[in-house]
Design a protein around this ligand. Sequence first.
Ligand code: SAM
Ligand code: DTB
Ligand code: SF4
Length: 337
Amino acid sequence: MKEIRHNWSLQEVNQLFDQPMNDLLFQAHTVHREFHNPNEVQVSTLLSIKTGACPEDCKYCPQSAHYNTGLEKQKLMDVEKVIEEAKLAKKAGATRFCMGAAWRSPPVADMPYVLDMVRQVKDMGMETCMTLGMLNDEQTAELADAGLDYYNHNLDTSPEFYESIITTRNYQDRLDTLGRVRDAGMKICSGGIVGMGEGADDRSGLLMQLANLPAHPESVPINNLIKVEGTPLDQVDDLDPFDFVRTIAVARILMPLSQVRISAGRDDMNDQLQAMCFFAGANSIFCGEKLLTCPLPQQSDDMQLLDRLGIQSEEYKPSPKKAVAQDDNAQFYNAAG
Ligand code: SAM
Ligand code: DTB
Ligand code: SF4
């Protein structure tokens, strides 16, 4: 049985990345088979419940108020509309419904509606996930009480590169929210973005940070930057697609039990590249019309691809209220150096 580690060094992670591709894929796929059904993926659907006008300045994001991307803003969606969308997602085969809001942190007045969304989606027999920005203790406890299964909060990149991508919050703010979510017993969805012009060390640094958290995030989304016109990163050079596959493979080796998701950017990937990602250890995708504001592949194309690869979508299994911590001694989250 492979050891679950939380003490990776940058050099070790770099060594994993730098292997010949076939050696890396073999190693990642071996780990994948030991811990997961290699012919199964989990399907999530996203809904933007509050769109645009975000005060944060994340250079990749079409929803930041700092950039002019021509995006139509939308205030918090009515609970009934959210439930309608969740029903459609369930009918289309999604087992997890992820609700995202373009907030720095949730406004007090909106919390009752957000909590109602969690309760009602959960009552429909779906897993619930929310991504609402930074949380304080009270908001975290309220979300946990409402039964929220997952909280998504990405570290996005290495601590070193972070400062050139976002200036309105810092890495420790992110780690603090993750710590609160974990302490409240919810599961964590945390990953990052590649293709932002970062170096190889930053991709290693991101995965090292995630893997060295006191417990591995149960869900690890790997986003490939979608270059949205009007954002400061709209002209950045493309990442070599094999570096995306390598990132998935190393995430799988470092975090053997986690669900590793091909997140943003799948619309631009051909079938062969996605198949390679599944072999490298990806076992979760977003399906539906859109991510939050950007397009996804047609649902029919997705189902056809899974079918051609003999991959089934995972059935819904109700999760226990408390996440099982992988390291019960872990109390504090700190940026590991
Ligand atoms: N405002 C909340 C936050 O930042 O945590 C939640 C929503 S935010 C849009 C969720 C994640 O989407 C970001 O952390 C980032 O990883 C991803 N994302 C945003 N814009 C993207 C883009 N253009 N390409 C790829 N991923 C993107
Ligand atoms: C994640 O890591 N990626 C998703 C989800 N978590 C919230 C969001 C991707 C957003 C892509 C840009 C957009 O659609 O606006
Ligand atoms: Fe706001 Fe989240 Fe976009 Fe950053 S990533 S600008 S916090 S919506």
